[in-house]
Ligand binder design. Sequence first.
Ligand SMILES: O=C(O)CCC(=O)C(=O)O
Length: 260
Amino acid sequence: MKIALIQLDIAFGKPEVNYAAAERKIREAAAGSPDCIILPELWTTGYDLTRLGEIADPGGQTTGALMSGLARENGVNIVAGSIAVRQESGGITNSMYVFDRSGACTGEYSKLHLFKLMEEHLYLQPGAAKGLFTLDGISCAGLICYDIRFPEWVRVHMAAGAEILFISAEWPLPRLSHWRALLVSRAIENQCYVVACNRAGADPANTFAGHSMIIDPWGEIVSEASGSEEILSGELDLARVREVRGQIPVFADRRPELYM
Ligand SMILES: O=C(O)CCC(=O)C(=O)O
């Protein structure tokens, strides 16, 4: 499975600029015939949280139409990062959508753990459901940024059979060492591929780390981006997941009855 990670530099609070940039980058990535393209977290607005009332996408409709069309037109799966979505209830969520090659929306996940250090809890509503979906018949999980600090939440998805963990993020540069260590740890402990797409660039409050990564089920880094805007590519060999899980049977050896 060939993956393209679009490590975008996001224009702060300017959805129209970001839609145009993402469309351009998706077309550029699609020219390399990947099986799946992934975008970062909150890529339509960035962290312009105080203006989300104006700039969040109502029902995810605008983003959905654009991503569904691009997936269908290019015959590619798109893990469409996450965006700020104005829900019918009036609340705003940080939500990931997944589109298959036909353009059908096959997955939706709203960030469960809101990141207080960046004031998400003041402006966003947390999700309450898992991020499981399938891509070309492969069981996958899609989570968002701060979620990687919660190994128990990742494990719930992996114990349900997921083989690839997709992460969309806006991870700040001062904690780049955490980003790399946490992602490698999630890959090793769950014996899965980790495909993690961060943003590049800066906003008025933070500089972001870039360093999007693909990590294999043994914890080896398959590919890693620089700190700047780029499209990172890499290949997954899903047979490696079964091989590693067969060699060290972590899932069979769990004692969940004793973990509470
Ligand atoms: O956990 C961290 O250090 C970064 C998390 C974050 O930036 C986010 O969830 O948006």
